[in-house]
Write a protein that binds this ligand. Structure first.
Ligand code: ADP
Length: 190
């Protein structure tokens, strides 16, 4: 099964992805995690991405499309995967369509986790406190920037996938287990 999780920062994509990994036995491919690992390891990609990620902007479509395409070729992705944080722009969505076509694959569903922006600011500020500032981009100014970037560049993907008959929307403001149940119900119908 090949899924995309779509939703603003703090909507719970990562939390739900981890639950779905166990439920469906397929890996989570998180571009955010991959970029943070590259930054921590100070690889050439990490050095290039650090300033961009820290200020809440998007790294280039070509870079993230390339890392995702390579990751999909790993053996653990043979049964499917959950994309978390990719695609984030229309150009990335088009790149994804082409890379899946080339590999002879297709998406089963795109799950939009809907969330109220005001609640998200609170959630992420709390996440930052709990994690002791583990993420340099989890502060209020950068978060507002990430929410703006989401509205401008990523939200258009909702229509993009609705037009292609792939979109399933769930309420991300419900309790974690309820969101999971709604996602599973949507997947079973797809
Ligand atoms: P969020 O909590 O905002 O969903 P992520 O962990 O998915 O955060 O991503 C953190 C940062 O990594 C983003 O703000 C952006 O700088 C970069 N990033 C992650 N995925 C992408 C992508 N698909 N395209 C461009 N930049 C990305």
């Amino acid at each position: 099964m090949r899924l995309v999780l779509l939703g603003p920062p703090g909507a719970g994509k990562g939390t739900q992805a981890q639950i779905l990994v166990k439920a469906y036995d397929i890996p989570q491919l998180s571009t955010g995690d991959m970029l943070r690992a590259a930054i921590a390891a100070k690889t050439p990609l990490g050095l290039e991405a650090k300033a961009i990620v820290d200020r809440g902007d998007l790294v280039s479509d070509d870079i993230v499309s390339g890392i995702i395409s390579e990751r999909m070729d790993q053996p653990d992705c043979a049964k499917g995967f959950i994309l978390d944080g990719f695609p984030r722009t229309i150009a990335q969505a088009e790149a994804l369509t082409h890379m899946l076509d080339r590999k002879g694959l297709h998406l089963d569903a795109v799950i939009e986790i809907k969330a109220d922006p005001d609640v998200l600011v609170e959630r992420i500020i709390n996440r930052a406190k709990e994690s002791g500032g583990a993420r340099a981009d989890d502060n209020e100014d950068v978060l507002r920037k990430r929410l703006d970037v989401y509205t401008q560049q990523t939200a258009p993907l909702v229509n993009f996938y609705a037009e292609r008959g792939l979109l399933k929307s769930v309420d991300g403001m419900a309790a974690i287990e309820e969101v999971t149940a709604a996602i599973k119900a949507a997947i079973d119908k797809s």
